[in-house]
Design a protein around this ligand. Structure first.
Ligand SMILES: Cc1ncc(COP(=O)(O)O)c(C=O)c1O
Length: 340
């Protein structure tokens, strides 16, 4: 199969239709076998709960082309587990880790020509999603469900990739204190569109959400988690029930401790105490690690390390993470699943 006709160097984060996607249906209490299809359109009932009541969730992970030509998935079992937690929160049927990873592998194999070559910095982004469908009108769980996985090749999410980006604190909340913030459900993202656009219109990469209860602590950076390095060299990341538990963040936490020998802490990051941090970053599957240049909070603009240079700890974390993802550095046990 020939490589897709794509300029890998200029790839952004946009939808590109690939050859095949996986689809499985749940009906009468069980999932069917699932299959690959060329059709990138869904034909669903107008009464589908996903359309009216937001009964849906999704995931995001990447397949990486290694130097030796093999293909890596990064911690797909963690995405499978998170999707099950999202499903439990929204009364949707669970997909086993085995089915989830098998679907991802099938989609990667079927679209191998779309995997950006090693060295271009791109990856094949996988979007698993699960939606409530079937004829329905009342506010209750759907009679049927669809689990699907599609793929699209991507480059950097934030323009500029590993260059410092500025963010602005939003007045809006992303999720309620006991709401759905920890689940990867569409409603959270619908609510984030307006604040995100406001931030971009003001030339910021995205907005920072504070904790919805007191508006004093950093929670998320757009669709990425936040971390910072304290003046005395500790790796700190916010802990809150309304944050999406980022797989990248928990990986960095482990790498900071085990490979960089840093003390790590999940705790409070107060927005009025940023002076105590010498570096900060946004992390996620799409964002990878995006260094945070500065944060605008009302009239105050706080610069961390630099608006143009990447701090040394952020750089080492990036090299470790990306090295593992592309197979250049040894991965902790179980982090890499090969697609063969
Ligand atoms: C709101 C939000 N926070 C954080 C993340 C980062 O999570 P992960 O590292 O699992 O991609 C994402 C992306 O999935 C997200 O949408």
């Amino acid at each position: 199969m020939s490589s897709a006709d794509i300029d890998w160097k200029t790839l952004g984060f946009d939808y590109i239709k690939t050859d095949l996607r996986y689809i499985s249906h749940w009906k009468g209490g069980e999932w069917d076998e699932g299959q690959l299809t060329e059709d990138n359109k869904l034909h669903i009932s107008e009464g589908s709960t996903a359309l009216h009541y937001g009964q849906q969730c999704f995931e995001g992970l990447k397949a990486y082309r290694c130097k030796d030509g093999s293909i890596n998935l990064f911690r797909p079992d963690q995405n499978a587990a998170r999707m099950r937690r999202s499903c439990a929160r929204l009364l949707m049927p669970a997909v086993s880790t085995e089915k989830f990873i098998d679907a991802c592998k099938q989609v990667v194999r079927a679209n191998e020509r779309f995997i950006p070559p090693y060295g271009t910095g791109g990856a094949l982004y996988l979007r698993p999603f699960l939606i409530g469908v079937g004829d329905n009108i009342g506010v209750h769980s759907a009679p049927e469900f669809i689990f699907s996985v599609f793929a699209t090749p991507v480059g950097a999410y934030f323009k500029g990739g590993m260059t410092p980006t500025n963010f602005i604190v939003s007045d809006y909340d992303r999720a309620a204190p006991n709401g759905t913030g920890a689940a990867k459900v569409g409603g959270n993202y619908a609510a984030s569109l307006l604040p995100g656009l406001d931030a971009k219109n003001r030339q910021f990469g995205d907005c920072i959400y504070l904790d919805p209860e007191t508006h004093t602590k950093i929670e998320e950076v757009g669709s990425a988690n936040f971390f910072a390095i304290t003046e005395d060299g500790r790796f700190v990341t916010p802990k809150s029930p309304s944050i999406l538990p980022s797989i990248t963040k928990y990986s960095l936490l482990e790498l900071a401790k085990e490979r960089l020998g840093l003390e790590v802490e999940e705790g409070d990051v107060f927005i009025d105490k940023l002076d105590g941090y010498k570096e900060a970053g946004a992390c996620g599957t799409a964002a990878v690690i995006t260094p945070i240049g500065g944060i605008q909070n009302g009239p105050d603009f706080h610069v961390f390390y630099s608006e143009t240079e990447v701090g040394p700890v952020t750089k080492r974390l990036y090299e470790e993470l990306v090295g593992i993802q592309y197979g250049d550095r040894e991965a902790p046990a179980g982090w890499i699943v090969k697609v063969d």
